[in-house]
Design a protein around this ligand. Structure first.
Ligand code: ADP
Length: 315
């Protein structure tokens, strides 16, 4: 996030963004499940110019053994940006950012994987970002949950992640690269659509309480659209194994199914019947945020203030 008074024009007078999107429009998304022969589960996802490949292995024995939990399995995600994923060659190997993203991704996925069903084991999730153009942690997490489902790992639901924010004083859905660099705020967010649980929430920049609330609502609504694409990718992947009806020949179907959002078309209202409980989710998050907001002068001091600062202000 840059200086809030940045004069980089990201939104035209007509309300169009640099890539031609409206403020409430997602980038095109394409999801393909089961793309790798040798992994137990896999997913390839394109989100705008982001390209992400995920391979899942497990459940398998944990090494080193002292990491084994006799009561439940663990989920270990490793996020990696390829050296060729950005215009200037990125130095290969893990850095602080990759360690942070791997940690938050593992924690978000552990919220949906039924780890008590496979104690002492690990499920390893390798997220390779082949091309990066803002929102890669969200693209990686979204693809990882599809790859886990493709591997047949028992889960209570998929995870959908996306990041919205504020650019040129306006709230915008699904920030692109320039918007991430020169915008005023960025809110990466992940939700379990079936339960409404928020499993990732970060914030970079500054927003008013009302703006934060609106961004959460935008994220929750858009998540329903992405959730639909994830489910379609899995349905198409497994429809290849459907039993033919009696007397009917098995239709020749590709093993790998492609679900596209349909070129750079506008996204419309979610197609799935029951949208997540937006109001409940947003209210709960706001209550949690209020509980950690430092007290105004004269009010009771916030005992967690130092801790929050040490964590860089993320929520
Ligand atoms: P996210 O990709 O989840 O939005 P960041 O906000 O940290 O995470 O990064 C925003 C974008 O900045 C990335 O998607 C990528 O395009 C770019 N970026 C991140 N790290 C590097 C790096 N080491 N070198 C070049 N570009 C980078």
């Amino acid at each position: 996030m840059s200086d809030p008074h940045s004069d980089v024009q990201l939104v035209s007078d007509e309300g169009m963004r640099l890539d031609g999107r409206a403020l409430d429009e997602l980038r095109p998304i394409r999801i393909e499940a089961g793309v790798l022969e040798r992994a137990d589960g896999s997913c390839y996802l394109e989100w705008g110019s982001n390209k992400v490949l995920v391979g899942v292995y497990g459940p398998r024995e944990v090494h080193p053994k002292h990491m084994q939990n006799p009561l439940k399995g663990i989920v270990q995600a490793r996020y990696n940006m390829a050296a060729f994923s950005v215009s200037e060659r990125k130095r290969p190997g893990p850095d602080r950012r990759a360690v942070e993203i791997s940690k938050i991704t593992s924690e978000a996925l552990e919220c949906v994987v039924l780890t008590d069903q496979f104690p002492r084991t690990t499920v390893d999730v390798y997220i390779e970002v082949l091309e990066a153009s803002a929102g890669t942690r969200c693209a990686g997490l979204t693809a990882a949950s599809v790859a886990l489902a493709d591997a047949g790992i028992p889960m209570k639901d998929l995870v959908v992640a996306l990041a919205s924010g504020k650019i040129n004083g306006k709230l915008a859905l699904d920030l692109g690269k320039a918007e991430d660099n020169f915008g005023e705020a960025d809110v990466p967010f992940a939700i379990v659509p079936r339960t409404g649980e928020v499993v990732l929430l970060q914030m970079d920049g500054h927003l008013t309480k009302e703006e934060f609330e609106t961004i959460l609502e935008m994220n929750v609504r858009a998540a329903a659209q992405v959730y639909e694409l994830q489910k379609q990718a899995l349905v198409k992947r497994y429809s290849a194994y459907a039993e033919p009806a009696p007397g009917e020949e098995q239709a020749a179907q590709p093993v790998q199914a492609v679900v596209a959002s349909g070129s750079p078309e506008r996204f419309h209202e979610p197609k799935i019947a029951a949208p997540p409980p937006t109001d409940v989710v947003v209210d709960e998050i706001l209550e949690a945020v209020e509980a950690t907001t430092p007290a105004a002068p004269g009010e009771e001091p916030d005992v967690n203030a130092d801790e929050d600062e040490a964590e860089g202000g993320d929520i």
